[in-house]
Design a protein around this ligand. Structure first.
Ligand code: FAD
Length: 365
């Protein structure tokens, strides 16, 4: 039986996995094609404070802002949800990945940068090592080992704007089917002088850069962005469905993070779910090497822990994508009349919707 692990991809998922394996005494090497880590470089990530704690990373130095709430806009209606307690941090992705890299190396993981792994490398590496694909949404490990497709994706375009951010305490989400079909546009204060402006669309709706231009030229946005200077942008994609298989003992391969589709379809957030998936994968690999247990235990544990939550996130995504701007405007009126904004301010949970539902039905608060 193989007793070493080769991880393809030094994003947060691959690095958290490597740290976990090294802590358990497993020989692990991570390969990444990039020289500068962080995906995409200079991007930010909004992560719930509870979710961040679950990853066990010393993340504080990567925090650039703290968020207390969100405002949802649709069809000239707005609903503001705010908590007295901080709900989420905005983190600089390069800094976060560097922290994860240092923590993994401190535990004894080897990290090799500027090394793109192709099919012949996979053939060689898999003779000696268990392979983990942590290589993102378009995973070549998943293709090489025939782990099945991810059926749903979003196309995104995000940009950074420099200027004085008026309200750095909350994010703004804009729903308009004619501008961002299948998802939404958002403004996130990365810090008091940097605003992230981004859109997501379903792939059938065409080009994300064109949607970004529609979004930034739309009436309300022109006024908001008037005082800012564009500082660069890039297109990317987000998987919003789970991969058909995440582990295979016969092939001795596993997938984690975006490669496995461990992403919340309602928001496109994948760092917390992918990081937790990586920790589960580390334990399954340890049990495989030391006790001969099947790697499939990882997939089973992941689906048990997150399957229901992902279904709820998917239902939320389908509901707002189907409603469009006008329907969302009506929904906002109804939510405000029912006091949903106050409820979300107290009990909103961006990672675990089932906890929110439980609180709603128990009528606590
Ligand atoms: C616009 C946008 C905004 C987002 N905002 C958030 C957010 O606010 N919060 C959140 O939680 N998530 C967010 N996400 C999602 C988040 O970025 C991903 O879920 C997360 O980065 C996945 O991490 P990962 O380690 O699985 O993969 P990645 O971060 O994609 O890392 C994969 C790594 O594999 C390497 N690689 C790929 N192929 C090879 C190869 N053949 N050889 C060697 N190396 C290879 C790549 O260079 C890369 O470093 C956002 C995504 C986008 C596009």
């Amino acid at each position: 039986m193989k007793d070493s692990v080769a991880v393809i991809g030094a994003g947060t998922s691959g690095l958290i996995l490597a740290k976990g394996l090294a802590q358990l005494g497993i020989d692990v090497t991570v390969y990444d094609q990039k020289e500068v880590l962080g995906s995409p470089v200079r991007a930010s990530g909004i992560l719930s404070i509870n979710g961040l704690r679950s990853l066990g990373i010393e993340y504080e130095e990567a925090v650039t802002n703290t968020l207390y709430g969100a405002t949802i806009h649709a069809n000239k209606r707005s609903m503001h949800v705010e908590s007295e307690e901080p709900k989420a941090h905005v983190l600089e992705r390069h800094a976060l990945n560097e922290i994860c890299r240092k923590e993994a190396e401190m535990q004894g993981a080897k990290i090799i940068l500027k090394r793109k792994i192709n099919n012949s490398d996979l053939e060689e590496l898999s003779k000696e090592s268990i392979i983990v694909g942590a290589d993102g949404a378009v995973s070549s490990v998943a293709s090489y080992f025939k782990m099945g497709p991810i059926k749903e994706y979003l196309l995104t375009y995000r940009a950074e704007y420099k200027g004085d951010v008026e309200n750095a305490r909350s994010v703004d989400l804009f729903f308009d089917k004619s501008i961002t079909p299948g998802f939404f546009g958002w403004l996130c204060p990365d810090s008091t002088d940097t605003l992230e402006v981004a859109v997501g669309i379903s792939p059938s709706a065409g080009n994300a850069k064109a949607a970004f231009e529609r979004f930034t030229r739309s009436g309300s946005m022109k006024g908001i962005l008037g005082g800012y200077a564009f500082a660069g942008g890039m297109a990317s994609m987000i998987p919003i469905g789970m991969r058909r298989r995440m582990a295979d003992s016969k092939k001795e391969v596993l997938l984690v993070g975006d490669a496995a589709g461990q992403v919340k379809p309602s928001t496109g957030g994948g760092i917390i779910y992918g990081g937790n998936g990586a920790m589960m994968a580390a334990h399954a690999i340890y049990n495989y090497i030391k006790h001969g247990e099947g790697l499939e235990a990882y997939e089973k544990a992941y689906r048990k822990r997150y399957g229901k939550e992902l279904m709820l996130h998917s239902a939320i995504h389908k509901a707002y994508a189907g409603l469009g701007g006008r329907g969302m405007g009506i929904a906002i009126d109804i939510f405000i009349a029912l006091g949903v904004d106050g409820f979300l301010g107290r009990h909103g949970d961006m990672d675990m919707p089932s906890l929110m539902l439980k609180r709603l039905f128990l009528r606590r608060g």
